[in-house]
Design a protein around this ligand. Structure first.
Ligand code: AP5
Length: 221
C-alpha cells in the first residue's frame, strides 16, 4: 500500500508517519528530512536547496523528482511507502503517478490532515527534534517523558530547525496554499482522498488515521 500524508507545515505529518511506519510495514519517505541530509552533507543538491528551504519556498520540482526517483529504486520501497511532504505540487504528483505506474502500483490512499493556520505557527515555533532518531517533540504539546532525554533512543542533544520561525512560517504556509492545496482536488478526482481532524490530540489523530488505513486495507473505501 502506498499512502500519502498531506497537510500544511506543522500539521503533524512527521509525528504520525513515525508512529505508522512500523505498524503498517511501510517505509517513510520524508523529502524535508532527505533534503536536510543533503544540506548537512554539502552535496550539490544540498547547496542548491539550503537557501530555498531557509526562505520557506519550495525546492524546484526537477530536483525533488530526481531525488525521489533514486530513492524509490531501492528494494525497501517495493512493498509500500508512506510519503511525508511529497508530492507538494501537481507536477510532482504527476511524476509520482508515472513512477508508480511503471511498477504497476498507484497511490492507494491520501490522508489530509486538517489544521487551521493559526495553530500551526505555535506548533512550529515550539518544535524540537532528536537528531539521532528523528523523533519530534514540542515545548508544550509533546514533551519528552524525562526532561532532556529522547523517549525513543535516549539521545540528549536536541535540534531546532532554521526555518522554524514565525517569519519563514508565513512563507511556508503561503507556498502550501498556492502550490500544494491543488493536490486535494487532484486526489479527490482519483477517489483516494480522506480527511482527518489534525487539531485533535496526537494520540487521537493516530487513531483516526489508523481507522482510515485499516478500512483502506480491508477494501472498505
Ligand atoms: P518539511 O520538512 O517537509 O516541512 P513541512 O512540510 O513544512 O512540515 P513540517 O516537518 O514542518 O511539519 P509536520 O507536518 O511534519 O509536523 P510535525 O509532525 O513535525 O519541508 C521543509 C522544507 O523543505 C520546505 O519548506 C521546502 O523548502 C523543502 N521541501 C520538502 N519537501 C519538498 C517537496 N516535495 N518539494 C519542494 N520542496 C520541498 O509536528 C510539528 C510540531 O507540532 C511538533 O513539535 C509536534 O510535536 C507538534 N504536534 C504534532 N501533532 C500535534 C497535535 N495533534 N497537537 C499538538 N501538537 C502537535
Amino acid at each position: 500500500m502506498n499512502v500519502l500524508l498531506l497537510g500544511p507545515p506543522g500539521a503533524g505529518k512527521g509525528t504520525q508517519a513515525k508512529r505508522l511506519e512500523e505498524t503498517y510495514g511501510l517505509v517513510q519517505l520524508a523529502t524535508g528530512d532527505m533534503l536536510r541530509a543533503e544540506v548537512a552533507d554539502g552535496s550539490s543538491l544540498g547547496v542548491k536547496a539550503k537557501a530555498i528551504m531557509e526562505a520557506g519556498s519550495l525546492v524546484p520540482d526537477d530536483l525533488i523528482i530526481e531525488m525521489i526517483s533514486d530513492r524509490m529504486a531501492r528494494p525497501d520501497c517495493a512493498t509500500g511507502v508512506l510519503f511525508d511532504g511529497f508530492p507538494r505540487t501537481v507536477a510532482q504528483a504527476e511524476a509520482l503517478e508515472k513512477m508508480l505506474r511503471a511498477k504497476e502500483q498507484r497511490i492507494d490512499l491520501v490522508i489530509e490532515m486538517k489544521v487551521v493556520d493559526e495553530s500551526l505557527v505555535e506548533r512550529i515555533v515550539g518544535r524540537f527534534t532528536c537528531p539521532d532518531c528523528g523523533a519530534a517533540y514540542h515545548d508544550r504539546f509533546n514533551q519528552t517523558k524525562k526532561e532532556g532525554v529522547c523517549d525513543v533512543c535516549g539521545g540528549t542533544e536536541f535540534h531546532r530547525r532554521a526555518d522554524d520561525n514565525a517569519e519563514t512560517m508565513g512563507k511556508r504556509l503561503s507556498a502550501y496554499h498556492k502550490q500544494t492545496q491543488p493536490l486535494l482536488p487532484f486526489y479527490d478526482e482519483r477517489g483516494v482522498l480522506r480527511s482527518v481532524d489534525g487539531m485533535a490530540a496526537i494520540d487521537d489523530v493516530t487513531r483516526q488515521i489508523q481507522a482510515v488505513m485499516d478500512a483502506a486495507q480491508a477494501g472498505h473505501f
